[in-house]
Ligand binder design. Structure first.
Ligand code: SF4
Ligand code: SF4
Length: 222
């Protein structure tokens, strides 16, 4: 899922300063799971914002509405009547959701209420880890399901750098060595011989290095 974090209230307050009618638009999927922008977070933010602005003598009209996903037009439509009643939208979606809303409502200012951080997993309650950089050419099968591009600080493809100490990365001791995980996992699977095959330098053309990407599924096009 996309992991994000709600922006600090002071930053949000500055962003919305010039609007008297504001819609806080939550998103009910990834940002809900990471407690950044779901229905509950949108409601709490609205209360906090009202209080903070009232202390400064401002009293804007703030409405809250949440759609299932801000990155899909089918759900975005539901927000249309709410967007039209307000001067601006504070979107609590990831960056893709914010842009989808801006595209769909070209005459409304759309502001980001969340800092999108990474593609990751919920490791345990309240603890999210980055797992994928979206490189566009997944090689997880070679590496026992552990991504060296994301989990190794040096993005090494042919084994560890040798600087790991007790399973921690030499770049930062608070990070687990991704290669330690790859080796442990391949040993467990009986696939350690995968590492005997040289992995050539990664071709980054399939990544964002080649500019914004598209995925076209003609079988799903109407
Ligand atoms: S190899 Fe690429 S697509 Fe696969 S997990 Fe790593 S970054 Fe993501
Ligand atoms: S210590 Fe491990 S994770 Fe860190 S750079 Fe070296 S191989 Fe990569």
């Amino acid at each position: 899922m996309i992991v994000g974090e709600q922006k600090p209230i002071n930053e949000i307050k500055e962003m919305v300063a010039s609007y008297k009618k504001l819609l806080i638009l939550g998103c009910g999927t990834c940002v809900k799971t990471c407690f950044a922008g779901g229905e509950d977070e949108a409601a709490v933010l609205a209360s906090a914002l009202r209080l903070a602005l009232r202390k400064e003598g401002r009293d804007p009209e703030i409405e809250v509405f949440t759609v299932e996903r801000q990155c899909e037009d089918e759900f975005i439509q539901e927000a249309a009547p709410h967007v039209s009643k307000h001067e601006a939208v504070l979107s609590l979606a990831c960056g893709a959701g914010v842009q989808a809303i801006a595209r769909r409502f070209p005459d409304s200012p759309v502001l980001p209420g969340v800092n999108t951080t990474f593609i990751g997993v919920l490791e345990k309650q309240g603890y999210f880890t980055e797992e994928c950089l979206g490189c566009g050419d997944c090689q997880l099968g070679i590496f026992g399901g552990v991504c060296p591009i994301t989990r190794c600080s040096k993005k090494l493809l042919n084994g560890p750098c040798g600087g790991s100490i007790q399973g921690k990365c030499e770049v930062d001791q608070s990070i687990e060595c991704g290669w330690q995980h790859i080796i442990d996992r391949l040993n467990r699977l009986g696939q350690i011989d995968n590492l005997r095959v040289y992995v050539p330098p990664k071709n980054w053309r399939s990544s964002h290095a080649g500019g914004p990407r598209k995925l076209i599924r003609e079988d799903h096009m109407i």
